[in-house]
Design a protein around this ligand. Sequence first.
Ligand SMILES: NC(=O)c1ccc[n+]([C@@H]2O[C@H](COP(=O)([O-])OP(=O)(O)OC[C@H]3O[C@@H](n4cnc5c(N)ncnc54)[C@H](OP(=O)(O)O)[C@@H]3O)[C@@H](O)[C@H]2O)c1
Length: 355
Amino acid sequence: MSRKLNVAIVGATGVVGSIMRRLLADERDKWGEIRLVASPRSAGKVLTVGDEEITVQAIGPDVFDGVDIAHFDLPDEVSAEWVPIAAAAGAVVIDKSAYFRMDPEVPLVCREANPEAASERPKGIIANANCTTLALIPTLAALDKAFGLVSMSVASYQAASGSGKEGLEALYAQIDKTASVERIGTEPDDVRAVLGTEYDSPFGAPLALNVVPKVGGWRDGGWTSEELKVRNESRKILGLPDLKVASTCVRVPVAVGHSQAVHATFSSEVTVAEAHRVLAEAEGVDLVDDPDNMVFPMPIDSVGKPGTQVGRVRQSIDFPNSLEFFVVGDNLMKGAALNSIETAELIRLELEAKQ
Ligand SMILES: NC(=O)c1ccc[n+]([C@@H]2O[C@H](COP(=O)([O-])OP(=O)(O)OC[C@H]3O[C@@H](n4cnc5c(N)ncnc54)[C@H](OP(=O)(O)O)[C@@H]3O)[C@@H](O)[C@H]2O)c1
């Protein structure tokens, strides 16, 4: 029998890291040692993977010794420093930060679209796309294969946990502060008055009782980094370098689950019935589309679900080759941890076959 591969979760104390621990517990028998790594602040903490208690190690060059697959769940700048060190130590790195995603020598892998790309990794690094893009890809890949995707316009409604544990805690704190104020949100500036103008939040504006049309940092032309990621990462994963994409990314006061309203155009006319047939059979997609019975995708129903949900499929009235639909995916599952686990499975099968 072949040796079981050793795995590290680097960033095990974060919101994505905590889902990684849960998913690895579900497939514990597949793997050898599981190593948990975080910043020196967390060194010595004891976390669980299923019923196994594991002491968190501070990141350092030695923590990668003997690790076959390293799941990286760190901020961009920390991944930039440590991913090459882990890869040089011999681990296949699956990195969830944005840092390596557009590197031509780093494949950006989503099982439903381009699983074959995982085996071409000259730097020993594979990137996981951002959570907004990953929520879209299973649906887009299936529709593209059937009808030829030409362009898409996307508006997102993104959860606070997309900003990590700091984002989730900030939303809960703002909800706590505002919930007991009678009729808050009905008078000029009353939400800002309760939350204060100088409060600390990764969103840059109040999120409770509000939506914030800025996700990520500002880029040239008034775009945000998230909006450009949706365009560039979708093109790379789908292998459609000329795909026309417009996107507006918005943060909403939801804990978990990124939603997106999509207008997608195909190379020929597509009916709702044809789209339903394709989506009902698509891997990684749950077709949730029975509006008469109030059945459609919503973030509260997406939490913890492996599939991304798609519904409200309509043929565009004024655009014969276009469909409108609504997609929701758990940003911590398919948007992060689950996709990484699925890529690791591709690597596990490849490496174990070589032993
Ligand atoms: N949240 C999402 O929906 C989502 C989706 C897709 C991709 N991602 C990406 O996944 C990564 C992790 O995101 P997250 O949401 O889990 O963030 P998070 O909740 O803030 O967790 C960050 C993790 O990084 C560790 N860390 C921070 N600074 C470090 C340092 N200098 N050295 C070593 N470890 C350090 C933290 O350890 P301590 O606890 O010890 O500080 C923690 O384990 C990010 O690149 C993010 O962009 C996130």
